[in-house]
Design a protein around this ligand. Structure first.
Ligand code: SF4
Length: 192
């Protein structure tokens, strides 16, 4: 029986959902799973908001592009089944969290997201490479993480979040391990 339930970004269990051409994260996924197994975590796989919105042939986009009313409503809709599960586990006093996100993602970033004033007709753009270089990594959450957090808080559920930085994962994996070992020492109990 798991000691706690974590909410894991979809692509750490299924990297086929990522944008075509993304770096291979098989090794990283294995490390994350080994940590979660070691600390007896049950795993809720979060939905991939971009896959369910733009499919597998989507382009990489910035937070500026995803930050629309329409994408936010989409995120709310797909988050609901997760929030319902979280509420049920909380009701039964089963320790929950953290939410494990993907740093740098415009949707699933926890403290880092990629942003930039992208958009428009590609074939008419004579400065495409300049535009591409304008993308920036900034200290903000991705859209899906923002929506998920506020949907959870509307039900009085407050979960910690840890973002995994795929390009240099050592620190974030250490953070995840520290979090789980600390909570293991605390007995992983929630207040009745
Ligand atoms: S939207 Fe989130 S789950 Fe989907 S590929 Fe990007 S980081 Fe992974």
């Amino acid at each position: 029986m798991p000691d706690r339930i974590v909410l894991l970004a979809h692509c750490f269990l299924n990297s086929q959902a990522k944008i075509k051409g993304s770096p291979d994260i098989a090794d990283l996924s294995e490390k994350i799973l080994n940590i979660l197994i070691k600390y007896k975590c049950g795993i809720i796989q979060l939905p991939c908001p971009e896959l369910l919105h733009g499919g597998l042939a989507r382009w990489g986009q910035t937070k500026y592009q995803y930050d629309s009313v329409f994408f936010r409503r989409h995120c709310e809709k797909i988050a609901e089944v997760i929030v319902n599960q979280a509420e049920e586990y909380q009701r039964h006093h089963i320790p929950l969290g953290p939410i494990i996100g993907v740093e740098g993602s415009p949707s699933c970033g926890v403290t880092l997201t990629c942003d930039g004033l992208w958009g428009g007709e590609l074939s008419e753009s004579h400065s495409l490479f300049t535009k591409i270089k304008e993308v920036d990594i900034i200290n903000k959450q991705g859209v899906f993480m923002e929506v998920l957090q506020s949907s959870l808080s509307r039900r009085s559920i407050y979960l910690d979040q840890i973002g995994i930085l795929e390009s240099e994962p050592a620190d974030s994996l250490g953070q995840l391990m520290n979090y789980l070992s600390r909570n293991e020492l605390l007995g992983g109990k929630m207040d009745e």
